[in-house]
Ligand binder design. Structure first.
Ligand code: SAH
Length: 493
């Protein structure tokens, strides 16, 4: 180990900062957050430092400034020294004087002039993660930091605060260290933590207390919780951090046909997976069946992730499931996902709104009921409105006909996109008049998104993918996968 890691308590301790440029401002910011009293010595004070001085002058008054060149005597009676100047003679003098006085010193970005180095940090106060490459590969340390930043929820620190608040009470209730360890693991990895991350502090505290009351060696005795999670249109990179985290904590994942294979692969390995199908006119399990299943699993004390394509609250029947969970008294949370309209739009280069082409956008379902589509055609046929139709492949000809009949220009461009955001994405472009035939010729199949409106004209200019036309011959989204999962479901249901 080249450097010994420590966390220093700087509250009301004096730190000398030599220099007052941009770099010094960044150091000042961190020192200030740590509660230090900072003395700045510099002949010129940069604007960023000036701004912080202003804030301090109106607040805690912990910064002192000597606007003059550095002098040896500045080093006395301080705990730590940081030099951030572009004058090498000054940097060297600071280092030399600090060493002589046995005071820790850091000359920013000059390792030979440092008796301590500052790590890359992930700040989830009171939780702080420091990463160092001993100065050998700072970029590497920063990359690791970026990974941790994205992986650790921003409110993670709040968990530590919660633990602090209930620490004594837990100690009184649970007598052995092993019990307490298991208890805190349950809290930090379960519904209580998720409530904290969702900023529901009161609910989290309540859940913690009830967990504490009922806590036995087997934490499965509590009621579970259901997470209605949006998995996005298919590209796993479009998952939210929260979705991924919950998928990796789940005991059981209930998913449907729109959830892509690469996304399912991200589910915790030993979680049970239950396929509940759903295909037009071929529902694998009725909606009532799905609702009952979710409730049953939660009541077994399981952490249930109900994984849905796109966003759970956009044509995903998430609302109905949530209502049933409420009625059954099962706790739940909803995690938004990128809806397929948004995914299709970005991945095909078709902005849904544009100042020159569309001032509004409508999401509609093309789902057939008794072989007809019940929509307000007059409203949908407005010019300068983008109409996005979900589940509309089977009714595409009806939709086009009705829009034309209600006054929409038949030359308006239309895009139909199958498997948007997936490697086998297929796009067919036509007009209201031609699109139904073109789609039939291209043999597109579900899932497909229909975008109708002036904005589709931007496709030629903004589409960035290379495989962008109906001519590509690609395997369809593997439905065969579904059958295995169905068999699994039969066993588990
Ligand atoms: N909740 C989902 C929509 C479910 S309805 C969401 O927010 O996206 C199912 C319809 O969504 C499909 O019929 C299709 O129109 C659309 N869809 C879902 N994923 C898609 C994809 N990858 N490409 C194109 N359309 C998709």
């Amino acid at each position: 180990m080249d450097y010994f890691p420590i966390f220093t308590q700087l509250k009301n301790r004096r730190v000398l900062l030599v220099g007052a440029g941009e770099v010094a401002a960044r150091k000042l910011d961190l020192l200030y957050q740590a509660g230090a009293s900072v003395t700045i010595v510099a002949p010129h004070i940069g604007t960023a430092v000036q701004q912080q001085l202003q804030l301090d002058a109106n607040g805690e008054q912990r910064i002192r400034v000597h606007q003059r060149p550095y002098h040896e005597h500045d080093i006395t009676a301080v705990h730590l020294v940081i030099a951030a100047t572009n004058n090498q003679a000054v940097n060297q003098a600071v280092f030399r004087d600090a060493e002589r006085n046995h005071i820790f010193v850091n000359v920013v970005d000059q390792q030979p002039l440092c008796s301590f180095i500052t790590p890359a940090i992930v700040d989830r106060a009171p939780l702080t993660i420091a990463i160092s490459s001993a100065g050998q590969a700072p970029v590497l340390a920063r990359l690791i930091r970026a990974k941790l930043e994205s992986w650790i929820p921003t409110r993670y620190g709040k968990l530590a605060q919660l633990a602090q608040k209930f620490r004594d009470q837990v100690k009184q209730t649970l007598s052995t260290g092993a019990q307490r360890k298991r208890f805190w693991e349950t809290i930090f990895e379960g519904p209580v933590a998720n409530k904290v991350f969702a900023n529901r502090t009161a609910a989290a505290e309540q859940a913690l207390l009830s967990t504490l009351q009922n806590f036995t060696a087997d934490e499965r005795t509590q009621t579970g919780e259901v997470y209605l999670v949006g998995a996005g249109p298919g590209d796993p990179d479009l998952l939210t951090f929260k979705a991924l985290r919950l998928m990796q904590q789940a005991d059981v994942v209930v998913y449907d046909r729109l959830v892509s294979k690469p996304i399912l692969n991200l589910v915790r390995r030993d979680a049970q997976r239950i396929f509940v199908g759903k295909q037009r006119a071929n529902h694998c399990l009725s909606q009532t069946g799905i609702n009952e299943l979710l409730i049953k699993l939660a009541k077994q004390g399981l952490r249930v992730v109900r994984l849905k394509g796109g966003d759970p609250y956009i044509f995903g029947r998430g609302g109905e499931e949530a209502q049933q969970l409420v009625a059954a008294g099962v706790a739940f949370e909803v995690v938004p996902g990128i809806t397929s309209a948004a995914g299709t739009s970005s991945y095909c280069g078709i902005p849904l709104t544009h100042r020159d082409f569309a001032q509004s956008v409508t999401f509609a379902t093309g789902h057939l009921k008794n072989d007809s589509v019940e929509l307000d055609w007059t409203a949908l046929a407005q010019t300068n409105n983008t109409l996005v139709v979900y589940m509309g492949l089977a009714s595409l000809n009806i939709i086009s006909e009705q829009l034309i009949a209600h006054g929409r220009n038949k030359q308006i461009p239309v895009a139909v996109v199958q498997n948007a955001t997936r490697p086998d994405q297929k796009v067919v472009i036509g007009t209201l008049e031609t699109i139904a035939d073109k789609v039939q010729q291209a043999k597109l199949s579900s899932p497909a998104m229909i975008i109708i409106g002036e904005v589709v004209a931007l496709y030629d200019e903004l589409n960035l993918t290379e495989q962008n036309s109906q001519t590509i011959d690609v395997p369809q989204y593997p439905v065969s996968q579904a059958y295995d999962e169905e068999a699994l479901f039969q066993k588990t249901a």
